[in-house]
Design a protein around this ligand. Structure first.
Ligand code: ADP
Ligand code: MG
Length: 699
């Protein structure tokens, strides 16, 4: 027998092919999708207001008998249907405007006329208005009383659904109601009675009915919690299963601390590691020396010194004769990493090579490098997406570092890990992931946090100024020998028009405001060589002010740059603004970030406020998550983040924790979910996470 939940919505009574098409636009394909299309809000229509007490400007539910009704044409296109409704306390008008062609045969008011026939009792919900002493209601919804006490959408709390054009609340309500009724016998609970008791949860069927057609708001809350609990439970069960699957994997590489590279490296280093860096290095080394492949996320705010921590891991690999790869999201960053690494390792027996789409350029040289990577002659391969290409084959790749991992999709990260046998993987990110989120995203991953900045760093001060003051500020900084970034929003690297503005601006500024200074220009459409040249000049302080785009967003490290001016700051998201700001404040000198532009939306205003108020990447990430929601915060498609319909990763920390605990318990007792009691959970795990869970396991 077929499972009704998996049937196409089209076959439900009252849906049909054309409505099914509209529903598909909202991602509703099956009966299950429709049942899981939860209300976005509720309209409380339990209390009926006396007409005499209905206040103008407020929403109210009234109930009364129809006295009279009529249709009044307003013009050739628009008519209004008016009815007067009376209850013992008073009388009120209700109006329905409709586009009406008077020559059209079909009477578009026929159903209204039937409902509002003289003497009928009706319920109306809507906003009350008062004009010349006459009360009127603008109807959101209405219903004819067929049998007292059996109203469908009145005298109760009514769901309000997310809709799209072509659907009405009333229609959606009935469709969901029908779907629930039809699928009733298939709504099996994945939790046993005693589990429900233990966690104080509502039954599944009850919860579904309760979220759509609740008795009161408390019922909504309990129902939502139950459905969210299931979502988190299923995810954590999936993660636990996949973790079990990889638990027995033993890696081939073995690390011993030989001290022949790491020790001289440390002696040469110009600074001491911070306490947090030391802790992270210890954690990473412990992972490397264990028999299981490392799967660790290194989180730390911009400028906290993640590169050198990752480098230590790579050096340990090199000491033991293994190859490492470091993947960076942009060419400029990859180049910078290669440069820094080369500089720090000067004199040590380690070979580092850079591989990007532009570098090495000459075919012969590229082939030679690819061969050397294949032969294992290169110890560290630093590069961009170019590393993922098929032609890149490693001799003995054992350690993979993915810098700014949030910039890469799940598949990209996987395609690099597949180039090694059982690699140790270290992911770094400066977009700290709030705890509840990381628990659901990386439930199976270890994390190290660098929660302090190197000493002598001064907090970057952020100001919202006008352009003139900003340029004055810039000149002052340059006069005292410091360097300045000016960033233009170039959201898409290919956006030619926007690019022109940065290019034109650079030219104009170099002739006017900054005529006495050395102005440089850097953008994504320049060749690798050109970019490289400009970055080197800026690093060597042969450029005073660098006019650029978000190509310098991540990672770039120029300690002498003390001012970051962001043009049209209102157009950037919080994560980008914080990353851009992180380009300054990397040396001993006090640094500033100046935001230009007038925010036009409330959200943009809030972003600027947050930026001027806090320097903590963690706080910013939390705010960002609240402002944009988890989907956009992480970029759903790119990150393969699970979608929750009832659950809210930002607010449901306690539920997530509980669900995670239960999942662990269930999997421990029944690792393959074989027992009949766990059948439902197993099905749900496979259905929801089957396609992506192996990937989730690696990041
Ligand atoms: P991020 O965490 O943003 O990737 P980087 O690794 O680029 O930060 O480091 C930022 C700067 O801080 C670099 O110039 C780096 O050399 C320096 N740095 C890193 N660790 C320390 C330390 N313990 N003491 C002083 N400077 C440090
Ligand atoms: Mg970095």
């Amino acid at each position: 027998m077929k499972f009704i939940l998996d049937e196409k919505v089209q076959y439900l009574k009252g849906v049909g092919p054309s409505r099914a098409k509209i529903l598909a636009r909202m991602g509703i394909l099956t009966v299950r999708d429709l049942i899981e299309h939860y209300p976005r809000d509720y309209s409380d229509r339990r209390n009926v207001t006396k007409i005499a007490d209905a206040l103008s400007g407020r929403k109210a539910t009234i109930c009364g008998a129809v006295k009279i009704s009529s249709v009044v044409p307003l013009n050739m296109k628009l008519s209004v249907f008016k009815a007067a409704v009376e209850d013992p306390s008073g009388i009120m008008w209700v109006e329905f405007f409709r586009k009406a062609n008077p020559y059209h045969k079909h009477d578009i008011f026929s159903s209204l006329k039937a409902t509002f026939e003289k003497g009928n009792r009706v319920f109306i919900f809507g906003k009350v208005e008062e004009e010349f002493g006459l009360k009127k209601i603008v109807p959101d919804d209405y219903e004819l009383v067929v049998k007292e006490g059996e109203e469908k959408a009145f005298r109760k709390v009514v769901p309000v659904y997310p809709l799209t054009e072509g659907l009405s609340q009333k229609w959606m309500r009935e469709a969901v109601f029908g779907a629930l009724k039809n699928a009733e016998k298939d709504l099996n609970d994945i939790l046993a009675e005693r589990t429900l008791k233990k966690y104080g949860l509502t039954g599944y069927k009850e919860a579904l009915n309760g979220i759509h057609f609740p008795d009161d708001m408390e019922c909504v809350q309990k129902s939502r919690e139950r459905l969210a609990f299931d979502e988190f439970l299923v995810l954590h069960a999936a993660l636990a299963v996949s973790k079990k699957g990889t638990e027995n994997i033993r890696k081939r590489q073995e690390y011993g601390v030989k001290k022949d590279i790491l020790t001289p490296f440390r002696e040469k280093l110009k600074f001491e590691f911070t306490r947090a860096q030391k802790k992270a290095i210890n954690e990473i080394f412990r992972d490397l020396q264990s028999k299981k492949p490392m799967n660790r996320l290194l989180m730390g705010d911009v400028g906290s010194g993640k590169t050198v921590v990752a480098l230590c891991a790579m050096l340990l690999a090199a000491e033991n004769g293994y190859q490492s790869a470091m993947l960076a999201p942009t060419e400029i960053l990859a180049e910078q990493h290669a440069l820094t690494i080369n500089r720090m390792l000067d004199g040590l027996p380690v070979r580092t090579a850079l591989l990007t789409s532009g570098e090495p350029k000459a075919k012969k040289q590229r082939e030679k490098l690819l061969n050397e990577i294949g032969d294992g002659k290169v110890d560290f391969v630093v590069g961009t997406h170019a590393l993922l290409e098929k032609s890149v084959v490693f001799g003995d790749l054992s350690l993979i570092v993915i810098d700014e991992q949030h910039r890469f999709g799940v598949l990209q990260r996987a395609s690099l890990t597949q180039k090694a046998g059982t690699p140790d993987v270290l992911l770094t990110t400066a977009t700290p992931i709030p705890r509840t989120l990381s628990m659901t995203l990386y439930g199976d991953m270890e994390a190290s946090v660098i929660d302090e900045l190197p000493p002598n760093r001064q907090a970057v001060e952020t100001l919202h100024l006008d352009e003139t003051s900003a340029y004055e500020f810039a000149k002052k900084q340059m006069k005292s020998g410091r360097q300045v970034f000016i960033v233009y929003p170039l959201v898409e690297e290919s956006d030619k028009r926007e690019l022109k503005s940065a290019v034109a601006e650079a030219r104009a500024l170099s002739k006017s405001e900054f005529s006495g200074y050395r102005v440089g220009l850097l953008h994504g459409q320049m060749s690798t060589k050109e970019k490289d040249g400009i970055m080197t000049e800026f690093r060597d302080a042969r450029i005073d002010v660098l006019i650029t785009t978000t190509v310098i967003e991540v990672g770039i490290d120029i300690p002498n740059a003390t001012l970051m001016i962001i043009e049209h700051a209102d157009r950037f998201g919080l994560a980008t603004l914080h990353q851009l700001r992180g380009r300054v404040g990397r040396g001993k000198e006090k640094s500033w970030c100046v935001l230009l532009g007038e925010p036009k939306t409330e959200e943009a205003k809030k972003r600027i406020e947050i930026m001027t108020a806090t320097n903590s990447g963690f706080d910013i990430a939390e705010e960002d998550l609240v402002l944009r929601g988890p989907g956009e915060f992480l970029g759903t498609a790119q990150h393969g983040i699970p979608v929750f319909k009832a659950g809210n990763i930002v607010k449901d920390g306690r539920l997530i924790e509980a669900a995670k605990g239960l999942a662990a318990e269930m999997i421990a007792g029944d690792p393959d979910l074989k027992s009949p009691e766990n059948e439902g959970l197993k099905k749900a795990v496979l259905k929801t996470h089957g396609p992506r869970i192996r990937l989730a396991n690696i990041g």
